[in-house]
Design a protein around this ligand. Structure first.
Ligand SMILES: Nc1ncnc2c1ncn2[C@@H]1O[C@H](COP(=O)(O)OP(=O)(O)OP(=O)(O)O)[C@@H](O)[C@H]1O
Ligand SMILES: [Mg+2]
Length: 1023
């Protein structure tokens, strides 16, 4: 049982407000719990749910509940047996929550007052970012069509993707909502002020013009974002707070809530921002928040780490320095530490007494007094592990693994060990290394099912199959637990003149990269196995349904329990059922992580080494703590293209002319001391989590220390005298052997040809066989029909090579996304027709039934009417004793350069086959009217030519017997396209001549008269 110190007891005075300011581990949270019990014991009628306890993270709220439960179960509390039972009954309904969680509860109770949809959904950070992105895309597209002058102004100097990034950072979830004119005005004024310091007036004028243009566009984006949220009944983090504040403006509602929440506790107050504090004050008494005496506020300014979210540590400071009537409020300062062992406290005091109290934003530091006994066991409590500068992340992960094993061997449970890091990425790498060593891990923050590591791996695998030339994605998947390749393996694979894709495909044919001989034989076998497996999946994914491929993959993946995976498999099957188009299935699958937090499943109470960011670890404690990536550089530019929150925007012509953004540079200079001060506090939070062991890990930076501007945690350590005497951790060599084989080693080698059997002749005639059966074909370069269209029709200025690079890397995603939104509505027509055909529907009644299956669109009469019309058209086709079928195909064409084979994959919407002829039917959903239809038809010639060529080869019909029909759903018209043999020859020769080696040079900046996004939009019909 905990015996409180006399100062701690002072904070239990329940007849006054209390403000507790104290260092880490001094028992602040403990006092809150003690106070909670005391209130219940001394107020027999007080409902436990009427004590509102606000914490900063969900994890901290859960931990508080656990602490209360523990006290109840162990009988360590002052409550009567009846009171104990009543508290146990409502344990899961206690009002312990984060502030946004609390707001959501209030809004669910009073949706009408807040004027919101009673069934509103709360958007996760990822979901709101995705919606904002959509709003940005849609706005830019509208502005492009309207040849908007603001947009044009920016486009003269910035690319569309740069502008998109600016807008993203302006409207990112961390920045306060900018849809409010005052804030825009402030930003603008600040930009103006920053610019005025610049001597060059032209620079100033232009900066302001750009800032204005950007803010103008941003306003439109915000409006659209708000509109879509309203339409779908969604609220984001800012909405939750502002709508609750609105409710609290109503007198009756406020009174009700004030009565309901008789007592309010706020933990980690140092990270509360002004909006949140306003809300809390309204729950007390808006004019005199301390007079109802219901507040217990707890914090530590040294642990303020959410400045980027608008936290105001000085808010807490001002509360602490206010003088209150003695009968009303008590302020308590504590300097004890009950958490960490004396050697750890000694190290923390040494580090932070000098770090925190120096620099531009000093905080007075009172040394912590340890109340723990000296550790009895012989291990060294504080150690460093700084690897030589030439080491890599993989080396650091290996070293950490050894330390974790040492801790475990000396009796610490896996779940009592934590590895903390400023960022998530190094933790992901570590989790992979740990799983290679069979060490269980618990990755925190994966509350979303689709954010869990195995989902991320499998979805990334799907992406690598869809974009096999995307080196980054493929490298990522090869080092994931699916294949378990190491960074050394990757080095060998990359150390050639070939692309990674080519290297992998050469490997399957026993042709090796130059460094191959440096590998041990078992490593060679491992890599070769990975290459073969992945290549065979790439092949299968070209023509097999997504569920067949992915379910095969998942079934051979034995690291995770089937219980976990069954939900994913169920989803894959649903996607396959409701999304007939092959390419769209793969796209839908890769979007799963962004779909919804509806699928939230709390990560099982995993018994494993905890991996979490330092922000997530706030308020928690662990026996052994390692802080990794000590060399990770602070983000002085905040990684945003703009610095927005309260510091103005800084678009500058200098950035364009000289590659240096002076305005931004100036602002960063001003911000730098604030950033360093916050990083010190972050480091303090991390170190103070440790109970009995602390490891500081990282790679020694190459740069010399500049005490004026430290750039990483290791610099903090280098700045502190005495830290060099800390012992360093030396891994023992016995753990060097990797004791886990790659996952697929034990699985039979799936033959690339095995899937052919599963594809029916009628569905996919024999084209792709020729590509596989010839023994020494070069490895194919894969394209979709759409890619070929883009390459062949791209503007001359757009060099093929750079277009290809764009296609093959991230650019393709953005082009896809660009197209996707435009054809979202059209997609439905394809789905409807495809569903209807596959279910062999031959009646009028089946049309309505088909439309009914597309449930999201049922309510829109215009779309329904269009769909009805389209399906009726095809019903007529069906009556003519033809067979209608969808047809996925793969077409191979050898390039003029014999080392290239272009494999083109596509899917024809419908093929109508009679004994005599084959007709290709393609459904076009463009919003065009009758008058311009002929023009539009010419737009599709390349695509249709490819279809004709594929069909004539596959069905072995002469060209004259293959016809081509386009059906335009918007104006309900059929258009026939006729081709000659020379058209086909011409196309083939164009494809054969695509030169992948053509040198690129970036296209000159040029804005076409009719379309301001010419240089970034290869789809522009004018281009
Ligand atoms: N009087 C006490 N005697 C013994 N142990 C105590 C006492 N008060 C608190 N502790 C223990 O000290 C540890 C730290 O307490 P607690 O988490 O409440 O500190 P904190 O000030 O909230 O820390 P942080 O600033 O990290 O949130 C806990 O394990 C708690 O059980
Ligand atoms: Mg605490």
């Amino acid at each position: 049982m905990i015996k409180l110190t006399s100062i701690q007891k002072e904070a239990l005075d329940i007849h006054r407000n209390v403000l507790i300011e104290a260092g880490a581990g001094s028992g602040k949270t403990t006092i809150m719990i003690e106070r909670f019990f005391k209130l219940l014991a001394e107020n027999p009628t007080l409902d436990p749910q009427h004590i509102l306890v606000i914490t900063f993270t969900k994890l901290a709220a859960a931990e508080l509940k656990e602490r209360v439960q523990h006290r109840l179960v162990t009988g360590n509390h002052p409550l009567s047996p009846q009171r104990e039972q009543s508290l146990l009954n409502v344990l899961h309904h206690l009002s312990f929550s984060t502030i946004d969680g609390f707001c959501a509860t209030v809004l669910r109770d009073m949706p009408l007052l807040a004027k919101i949809d009673p069934h509103f959904t709360v958007l996760s950070a990822e979901e709101s970012a995705l919606r904002r992105d959509d709003a940005i895309d849609d706005t830019l597209r509208q502005l492009a069509h309207a040849t908007d002058t603001h947009y044009r102004t920016l486009l003269l100097y910035y690319s569309k993707s740069q502008i998109k990034r600016f807008l993203q950072s302006l409207s990112s979830s961390q920045a306060p909502a900018l849809n409010n004119n005052t804030q825009q005005e402030t930003l603008y004024q600040q930009a103006l002020k920053s610019s005025q310091s610049d001597s060059d007036t032209q620079v100033t004028t232009q900066s302001i013009q750009w800032t204005k243009a950007l803010l103008y566009i941003n306003e439109k984006v915000q409006k659209l974002y708000q509109q879509t949220k309203n339409q779908d009944g969604c609220l984001d983090y800012h909405d939750l707070l502002s709508k609750t504040n609105d409710i609290l403006m109503h007198q009756d509602a406020r009174r009700y809530l004030q009565q309901r929440y008789a007592y309010i506790f706020v933990d980690e107050f140092q990270d509360t921002n002004t909006t949140q504090w306003e809300l809390i004050q309204r729950l007390c008494d808006p004019f005199s928040p301390f007079s109802p005496k219901k507040l217990c506020i707890v914090g530590d300014i040294k642990q303020s780490i959410y400045r980027f979210r608008g936290a105001e540590p000085y808010l807490f400071k001002s509360l602490l320095t206010t003088s209150y009537p003695d009968h009303e409020t008590r302020i308590v300062h504590l300097s004890d530490n009950f958490r960490s062992s004396p050697p750890i406290i000694q190290c923390i005091n040494n580090l932070f007494s000098s770090l925190l109290s120096t620099g531009e934003h000093p905080i007075p530091y009172t040394p912590l007094q340890s109340h723990q006994r000296e550790p009895s066991n012989s291990h060294t409590p504080v150690m460093t592990s700084f690897l030589p500068p030439e080491s890599c992340l993989d080396d650091e992960c290996e070293s950490l693994t050894h330390w974790i094993m040492t801790q475990h061997q000396s009796g610490t449970n896996w779940q009592d060990i934590v590895v903390l890091c400023r960022k998530r990425a190094p933790l992901i790498a570590l989790s992979q290394v740990l799983s290679r060593h069979n060490i269980p891990t618990h990755f925190h923050g994966e509350t979303d099912y689709f954010q869990r590591q195995f989902c991320i791996d499998i979805i990334a695998l799907a992406q690598s199959l869809r974009h096999p030339h995307d080196t980054m994605t493929v490298s990522g998947i090869l080092t994931s637990p699916l294949f378990n390749l190491t960074y050394d393996d990757l080095y060998v694979l990359h150390h050639t003149d070939n692309s990674l894709y080519t290297t992998l495909s050469l490997l399957t044919k026993q042709s090796y990269p130059p460094l191959w001989a440096t590998l041990e034989q078992h490593d060679q076998e491992r890599i070769q196995y990975a290459a073969k497996t992945w290549m065979s999946w790439v092949d299968r994914s070209c023509y097999e349904p997504i569920h067949t491929v992915l379910i095969d993959i998942i079934h051979s993946y034995d690291s995770y329990s089937m219980d976990d995976l069954s939900y994913l498999i169920q989803h894959i099957q649903t996607i396959e059922t409701i999304t007939p188009s092959h390419a769209e299935q793969w796209r839908q699958f890769s979007l799963l992580p962004y779909q919804s937090s509806r699928y939230t499943q709390k990560a099982a109470s995993a018994i494993g080494v905890n991996l979490m960011t330092i922000h997530q670890s706030k308020g928690l404690e662990f026996h052994a703590v390692a802080i990794m990536n000590g060399h990770g550089r602070f983000n002085f530019s905040k990684s945003d293209s703009l610095i927005t929150t309260s510091h103005g925007t800084c678009l500058s012509p200098a950035a364009v002319d000289e590659g240096v953004n002076r305005l931004k540079h100036d602002l960063i200079q001003k911000l730098q001391p604030e950033i360093i001060a916050e990083e010190k506090r972050l480091f303090y939070v991390a170190c103070t989590r440790a109970i009995s062991a602390l490891l500081l890990s990282g790679i020694m930076p190459k740069h010399a220390l500049n005490p004026e501007c430290p750039t990483c945690f290791i610099d903090f350590i280098r700045m502190t005298p005495g830290m060099e005497t800390l012992p360093s951790f030396r891994p023992s060599s016995c753990l060097n052997e990797r004791n886990q084989l790659p996952l697929f080693q034990t699985q039979p080698d799936p033959s690339p040809l095995s899937s052919e059997k599963q594809v029916s002749e009628k569905q996919a005639p024999s084209l792709f066989k020729t590509a596989f059966s010839s023994t020494d074909v070069p490895s194919p370069v894969m394209f979709s029909v759409g890619d070929i269209e883009l390459i062949l029709s791209c503007p001359k200025k757009y060099h093929q090579r750079s277009l290809l690079q764009t296609l093959q890397s991230h650019g393709k995603e953005s082009i896809d996304a660009f197209r996707m939104t435009a054809i979202r509505q059209g997609m439905m027509h394809h789905h409807a027709v495809s569903y209807w055909i596959r279910n062999n529907c031959t009646t009028e009644a089946a049309i309505n039934a088909t439309i009914d299956t597309l449930s999201p669109y049922k309510s829109d009469p215009i779309i329904q009417d269009e769909l009805h019309q389209t399906l009726s058209e095809f019903l007529n086709y069906n009556n003519q004793e033809t067979t209608l079928t969808e047809w996925p195909f793969t077409l191979s064409i050898f390039a003029v350069n014999p080392s290239f084979l272009y494999r083109i994959s596509g899917r024809i919407d419908l093929v109508s086959i009679t004994d005599d002829a084959v007709t290709i039917i393609d459904i076009k959903t463009d919003q065009v009217d009758q008058k311009v239809l002929d023009n539009r038809v010419s737009h599709y010639r390349t695509q249709m030519l490819l279809y004709v060529r594929a069909v004539s080869e596959a069905y072995n019909r002469p060209l004259s017997k293959v016809t081509c029909q386009l059906y335009f759903t918007h104006c309900r018209s059929w258009k026939k396209i006729a081709f000659t043999a020379s058209d086909i020859e011409d196309l083939t020769s164009k494809i054969q001549n695509i030169d992948l080696n053509k040198k690129s040079s970036s296209p000159a900046i040029e804005v076409c008269n009719t379309c301001p996004i010419y240089k970034v939009n290869p789809l522009c019909p004018e281009g």
